[in-house]
Design a binder for this molecule. Structure first.
Ligand code: GDP
Length: 598
């Protein structure tokens, strides 16, 4: 009990924790945590790991007193969160379970040799392809030792992999922790250990760079013992293999040790069971469309299967292995690159196979609905349109901007003309201005500081747009400076109208006109393209000329009132304030939508 803080709650924190997890533990939103970090001079995104000391400062500002978590307890006490794919395997009929290749992730401090090690194993031990062992980079590959297969996740440092790195150990069965013998245990080494422990994944140490003259294996072993990894030669239970990734020394020993650890860990799956796995990486390929690397963790994935992952879904049109060869099926622990998803999924997301396209769409719709509800709940971000109201209400005292432009030469005039805007009581605060496209980090910081992101001759990348949508952040893109300053000026004066545009959604051809005295004339139509919606507007076009524009009074299909009628179907349309339909009139149906700001 602390005797100074009567209201202070206590919290145990691990050696490192992601911003997201910290926020959850101290009942704060990730944005609040990011803001507090910013106030303390630390720029971090939601998936970034922060160390204990930093986390403790943030926790203190939120009224929590932090104490270091005892690692052994944490692993057992809450059991960590068991990943869904492991739960699926645990739920399988045990008589159906068979051994599958272990999945290895290589973690460690920067420059300790992770990439070199992955390349060394790839070149010496990769399972040969018929065409001669030229591997494709799909984010994972398989190596062979003594006739047994080992799957390696192969994307350290990959940008899209950050999300998964935080959960990195969860997709893997064994963590190979690379520690440079000349440098020892460093902050990211500790982070990796914390992750592996949280995910309850066994750790095997590759003591790298033993070829270096200043390598000091004993000192490193001592440091490892201090963080709870006692080497087996000191009667501990951590296997430690000295290697040189650069000189390709000790690689066989390392693979041998990996198989030894696998034999002591139950690495099982049901190849006939429910199909589930993890997205390793994903991208859009110009000719192939969405390409995603999936690691199958249970069941067998087949070409033609319908897959759902996050908000993305689709029927798999083709699958490729890491040699780039087309394959038809992929069993447990196999990484495959697949074609056929409709959107780029996120690395680290779980995928599953469902029975039909319809089921896939239903799942995605439900997910989107849930997300929208969540987004509504977090809507305290600013949009340029609502700014004035919020100034008036005294909620905002200044307009904060993040400005991105293509070149330095355009940044300067933009910044100076923004500063010239006469704003009355309200200040314009440019948080920062930089050259380059708008990325996720810009949006994250905009969200944290309630700012608007302005782009001049630049694009917002896909991740930035996704985040902006979910956080309700405005991204405004311009290619003419005065339009930019004009918009800002208008926003400050409360004059900015949301930009609206008409979007045509369908056409119908009038085939007959029914005269019903009580309500007026009904146009009997066939929808020629798109759809007609009850709550949309119509334009009546005769001889290429629009003779009426207004709303629909009623829309019927046979005798029933309906909300929409699609291409190829017949319908009866009654317009509000228009009666003069003639055969062969074209009815153009349109909606009015806000122009997306991106
Ligand atoms: P990563 O950041 O962990 O992926 O580290 P890298 O694989 O990029 O390696 C960082 C540097 O260490 C590179 O210059 C490598 O050539 C070097 N390096 C990696 N392994 C060894 C090794 O076993 N011996 C020596 N002498 N250098 C190594």
């Amino acid at each position: 009990m602390s005797d100074n803080g009567h209201n202070t709650k206590t919290i145990e924190l691990p050696a490192s924790i992601s911003v997201r997890d910290l926020a959850q533990n101290i009942d704060a939103s990730p944005i609040e945590v990011i803001k507090t970090l910013m106030a303390n001079g630390v720029m971090a995104n939601i998936n970034q790991l922060i160390d204990y000391d930093t986390a403790a400062i943030v926790a203190a500002e939120m009224g929590y007193e932090a104490t270091p978590e005892v690692p052994e307890e944490s692993a057992e006490a809450d059991g960590g969160e068991i990943p869904l794919w492991r739960q699926v395997i645990a739920g399988e009929d045990t008589s159906k379970l068979t051994n599958r290749p272990p999945v290895i992730t290589i973690l460690g401090h920067v420059d300790h040799g992770k990439t070199t090690l992955l390349d060394a194993i790839r070149h010496t031990n990769v399972v040969e392809g018929e065409a001669g062992g030229i591997t494709q980079h799909i984010g994972a590959y398989q190596a062979e030792h003594n006739g047994r297969v080992i799957t390696f996740l192969d994307t350290p440092g990959h940008a899209a992999f950050t999300a998964m790195r935080a959960r990195g150990a969860q997709g893997a069965d064994i963590v190979v922790l690379v520690v440079a013998a000349d440098d020892g245990v460093m902050p990211q080494t500790r982070e990796a250990i914390a992750h592996a422990k949280a995910a309850q994944v066994p750790i095997l140490v590759a003591l790298n760079k033993i070829d270096k003259p200043n390598a000091d294996p004993d000192r490193v072993k001592q440091q490892l013992a201090e963080v709870g990894l006692v080497p087996d030669e000191w009667d501990g239970d951590t296997i430690l293999v000295p290697i040189s990734a650069k000189k390709k020394m000790g690689l066989d020993d390392l693979l041998e040790a990996i198989l030894l650890v696998s034999d002591n860990t139950q690495i099982l799956a049901n190849p006939e069971g429910r199909v589930i796995g993890t997205v390793i990486e994903a991208e859009i390929d110009r000719s192939k469309g969405v390409l995603a690397t999936l690691l199958v963790q249970n069941g067998t994935l087949n070409v033609g299967d319908v897959v759902v992952v996050g908000n993305s879904h689709g029927r798999l049109r083709a699958m490729f292995d890491y040699h780039g060869r087309q394959i038809k099926r992929a069993g447990p622990s196999t990484p495959v690159s697949v074609m056929g998803l409709n959107e780029v999924p996120q690395a680290g997301d779980l995928f599953q196979v469902v029975d039909s396209d319809r089921e896939a769409r239903a799942i995605v719709q439900e997910r989107q609905a849930t997300k929208q509800v969540e987004a509504e709940a977090t809507k305290d971000a600013v949009s340029l349109e609502q700014l004035f109201d919020r100034f008036q209400a005294g909620e905002l005292k200044e307009l904060r901007l993040i400005v991105k432009a293509d070149v330095q030469g355009s940044l300067e005039p933009i910044v100076s003309s923004l500063k010239d805007i006469k704003t009355g009581d309200i200040g314009i605060n440019i948080l920062y201005s930089e050259t380059g496209n708008i990325g996720e980090n810009d949006v994250m910081l905009a969200s944290a500081s309630k700012a608007i992101v302005i782009g001049f001759n630049v694009q917002a990348d896909a991740a930035a747009r996704r985040l902006a949508e979910s956080e309700g952040i405005s991204i405004r893109l311009y290619d003419i400076i005065y339009r930019l300053t004009e918009d800002i000026e208008k926003a400050l004066k409360g004059m900015l109208e949301p930009e609206l545009r008409k979007k045509v959604i369908g056409h119908a051809l009038v085939q007959a006109v029914f005269r019903i005295s009580k309500f007026g004339n009904i146009a009997g139509c066939r929808v020629t393209d798109g759809e007609i919606r009850r709550n949309a507007q119509i334009r009546v076009i005769r001889d290429d000329e629009a003779i009426f524009e207004g709303s629909i009074g009623s829309l019927k299909h046979h005798q029933d009132d309906v909300r929409e009628v699609r291409q190829g179907f017949e319908c009866g349309i009654l317009a509000k304030g228009f009666d003069d339909f003639e055969e062969n009139d074209v009815l153009e149906c349109f909606i009015i939508e806000k122009v997306p700001m991106m």
